[in-house]
Design a protein around this ligand. Structure first.
Ligand SMILES: NC(=O)c1ccc[n+]([C@@H]2O[C@H](COP(=O)([O-])OP(=O)(O)OC[C@H]3O[C@@H](n4cnc5c(N)ncnc54)[C@H](OP(=O)(O)O)[C@@H]3O)[C@@H](O)[C@H]2O)c1
Length: 347
């Protein structure tokens, strides 16, 4: 039997999801190396975890946009030395772009190829878990008005073409969906074509919300998904409209990554961790108004119709990886309480 990983490289370790993955590995006594472009953020992570000083270290890596097209990148060669498992969460996640293909799609794919290339040169890595996204599962053509009800499964793929996602006339949202789809496909192609000494598992979470454990300088610097909830709590009007009604708590996503790394039977599989409840920002606003005295009369409480024309099967993944999904109320309340504290007297 292959031994359980003892020392795991987490890329994107100073990001929203990556930092939770780091904490869940550490809480199980597993040694962690975090990869980051900024060792200052790595130091902030270390300072916040003095109890894990002997089990956590950071390595600096270059930006994925420095990888030349077609290059067998050595970007992660130092980072993988001595580790026996990898969780790759790093990928550009921003909608504030000037060149979608250059800033989102090319680096996402290059990052996946670089981590798998480094893993294939390592004699010790047995599994690589990759954070894909529901963006690589969803199919907007199935949700047209009047279309029959269906349930998304982990085996579904977004039909978006590379050309559509890289079209300079398209939005950063569509380009991000392409970045996730083509980065994940690059991973499956890599293991099929090269038959390396490790297997992979991929995770396709929808909107991921929840408290932060990574370094965040101020509430204005929250990660993209949580920033939307804080916008709602801060009184945005009209409320933003959710592009998909599916979501999951960041701690459940992190647990899913760790289980996908540790469970032997998870190798070669694709997982879709998603809470059973649907969400809207209207629902989030209502929760914030009910739970926080400061929010009364401040949040814009609007009835938003929640799209129930299709569903998502998060239960198969919950069963396979031993998850119990948190409720939307708990997730919203805990993130907003934390963000309000960061904002402090400015409320
Ligand atoms: N949040 C969501 O709702 C959601 C939902 C589904 C899937 N995902 C996926 O989950 C993963 C983590 O997302 P997150 O929400 O945790 O975002 P995040 O807080 O922005 O973290 C992403 C991390 O990736 C690294 N990164 C970004 N661009 C990079 C580049 N060009 N080169 C090298 N490293 C880069 C950064 O690490 P450093 O700055 O430390 O280098 C950053 O901390 C991503 O793969 C994302 O697509 C997120």
């Amino acid at each position: 039997m292959v031994p359980s990983p003892q020392y795991v490289l987490v890329t994107g370790a100073t990001g929203f999801i990556g930092a939770h993955v780091v904490d869940q590995l550490l809480s199980r006594g597993i040694r962690v190396r975090g990869a980051t472009r900024s060792l200052a953020k790595g130091d902030a992570m270390l300072q916040a975890r003095p109890q894990h000083a002997d089990k956590l270290d950071f390595v600096q890596i270059n930006d994925f946009d420095e990888i030349n097209e077609g290059e067998e990148s050595s970007l992660f060669d130092e980072a993988v030395k001595g580790v026996d498992g990898i969780i790759h969460t790093a990928s550009p996640l921003t909608y504030n772009t000037t060149n979608n293909e250059k800033e989102l799609i090319i680096p996402a794919i290059a990052g996946v190829r670089a981590i798998l290339t480094a893993a294939s040169r390592s004699p010790t890595v047995r599994r690589v878990v990759l954070t894909s996204s529901f963006a690589s599962v969803m199919d907007v053509t199935r949700t047209a008005p009047g279309a029959p009800y269906f349930t998304y499964k982990a085996t579904d793929w977004n039909p978006l073409t590379y050309a559509e996602s890289a079209d300079p006339a398209t939005s950063a949202v569509i380009a991000y969906r392409g970045s996730k789809k083509f980065a994940e496909l690059a991973a499956w192609d890599f293991v099929r074509d090269r038959a390396p000494g490790f297997d992979i598992a991929t995770l396709c979470p929808p909107m991921t919300f929840g408290p932060v454990v990574h370094p965040v300088a101020s509430v204005d610097k929250l990660n993209e998904s949580n920033a939307m909830l804080w916008k709602v709590a801060s009184g945005a009007t009209p409320l933003p409209v959710a592009r998909v009604p599916f979501w999951v708590d960041v701690r459940d996503v992190a647990q899913a990554h760790v289980e996908a790394l540790l469970r032997p039977e998870a190798g070669g599989k694709r997982f879709l961790p998603a809470a059973p409840e649907r969400f809207s920002y209207g629902l989030a606003a209502k929760i914030v108004e009910d739970e926080f005295a400061w929010a009364k009369g401040r949040v814009s409480v609007e009835e938003q119709v929640i799209d129930e024309s299709h569903g998502v099967d998060g239960e198969t993944t919950a069963r396979e990886l031993g998850l119990k999904y948190r409720s939307f109320k708990q997730t919203v309340t805990e993130l907003v309480a934390q963000a309000a504290q960061m904002k402090g007297a400015g409320l």
